[in-house]
Design a protein around this ligand. Structure first.
Ligand SMILES: Cc1ncc(COP(=O)(O)O)c(C=O)c1O
Length: 391
């Protein structure tokens, strides 16, 4: 048995596809410490620099004083504490939906929600670049799965026609992301909404990388496009721009009631720690405030600076149109991506190499993320170093 895994690991190593944990001995931030060395951090999704913010820390500490550490039971038994409900009310109000429901992670939200919506003989239509949690949720549902090429509205339309013909009377669920996690581009949301209305399908949008970044007060792409009534479910995470941990679904009250009754990752799992819910609530309150909006606008200044300074060359000609805080620096070869990440680390920058299966084979890249916590000098230094190293 052990030999079997050793051989499989060796096979991964031979293809430069093996992965390792790296230990951070500091909090998240624009700088982190690894192996006793400070590195400028371009790897995290803490887009607004909230993960170590005093507002969140104080909210968590106060909740620990009042509620302790563990929730002790699943939400439906006795694990629903005041911070959980306060957070769900605030999320719904901020996202301007009727209701919201929190899960222990964004991954758990996808895994529980999709199978609660569709089942065998229903149809799920997924964008090719959807996150693993959405793919896994769709597979778990047992519904018939069809993938459409990335952001290809024409192909989605032909899948919808096929579903109407071959699965008439069955539920059809379209799933996509507002901002794609490894490419940083956006879904053509208005066109998707038109199609979903035309075919009577449901639309689920993963706003994981849009919340806190896009739309006034960081409400996400749905709100920015004024499509709250047309996107049936907005999935999000509390663990990226919101600086805490957990996932959520925002939607109609009926939908949320149904998920409370049907989403297995919600029902059969201990409630998230109340202190984490309290920290996430502090983050939502901050985002909804004028100060939060200022922080988001600062993030966009940093995004524009990165967009101006990152060299444009070869595989990276497309860099001109930044649509989010995610900048993929496409390398192609897996080993070359690892080497470039290692060279950057030598120079004092933490930028992860992303490889198959997170992205397609031969499409390895550095995934550079900008945050509002970065100084302009740090962004300049990274871009100069990439420019020098790629020569
Ligand atoms: C697009 C997308 N959806 C969902 C998730 C899952 O969220 P969480 O990290 O809260 O489990 C992620 C996180 O990596 C993501 O990138």
């Amino acid at each position: 048995m052990q030999k079997l895994f050793a051989e499989e690991l060796e096979a991964l190593r031979a293809r430069s596809l093996d992965r390792h944990l790296r230990e951070l001995s500091s909090a998240q931030g624009a700088e982190v410490e690894i192996a006793g060395r400070r590195l400028i951090n371009f790897s995290s999704n803490d887009y607004l620099g909230l993960a170590n913010d005093p507002r969140l820390r104080e909210a968590a500490t106060a909740a620990i004083d009042d509620f302790g550490v563990g929730a002790g039971a699943s939400r439906l038994i006795s694990g629903t504490q005041s911070p959980h409900l306060a957070l769900e009310r605030a999320l719904a109000q901020w996202k301007r939906t009727e209701a919201a429901l929190c899960f222990s992670s964004g991954y758990a939200a996808a895994l529980g929600t999709i199978p609660a919506l569709v089942t065998k003989n229903d149809v799920v239509l997924l964008d090719k670049l959807c996150h693993a949690s959405l793919i896994d949720g769709a597979k778990l549902s047992g519904a018939v799965l069809r993938v459409f090429p990335h952001n290809h509205v024409g192909k989605l339309e032909s899948h919808l026609e096929w579903a109407r013909r071959e699965h008439s009377g069955k539920r059809v669920l379209i799933i996509t992301e507002s901002v794609f996690s490894m490419d940083g581009d956006r879904a053509p949301l208005r066109e998707l909404v038109e199609l979903k209305k035309c075919f009577g399908a449901l639309l689920m949008l993963d706003e994981a990388h849009a919340v806190g970044v896009i739309g006034s007060n960081g409400r996400g792409l749905t709100a920015a496009e004024n499509l709250n009534d047309d996107v049936d479910l907005q999935l999000g995470t509390l663990s990226k721009a919101l600086g805490a941990s957990g996932g959520y679904i925002c939607g109609s009250r009926t939908l949320i009631e149904w998920l409370i009754n049907g989403a297995r990752s919600f029902i059969y799992s201990t409630a998230p720690p109340p202190a984490i819910a309290a920290a996430a609530l502090a983050a939502v309150d901050f985002l909804a405030s004028p100060e939060g909006e200022e922080r988001r606008l600062l993030l966009w200044e940093r995004i524009r600076l990165m967009q101006d300074l990152l060299p444009r060359t070869g595989l990276n000609k497309e860099l001109s149109a930044a649509r989010s805080a995610i900048f993929p620096w496409i390398v192609g070869d897996e080993k070359a991506a690892l080497n470039l990440a290692a060279a950057l680390q030598n120079e004092g920058f933490l930028v992860p190499a992303i490889r198959y299966p997170t992205v397609a084979k031969g499409a390895a890249r550095l995934r550079i993320t900008v945050t509002a916590a970065h100084e302009t000098a740090q962004i300049r230094a990274l871009c100069e170093t990439i420019n020098r190293l790629r020569c």
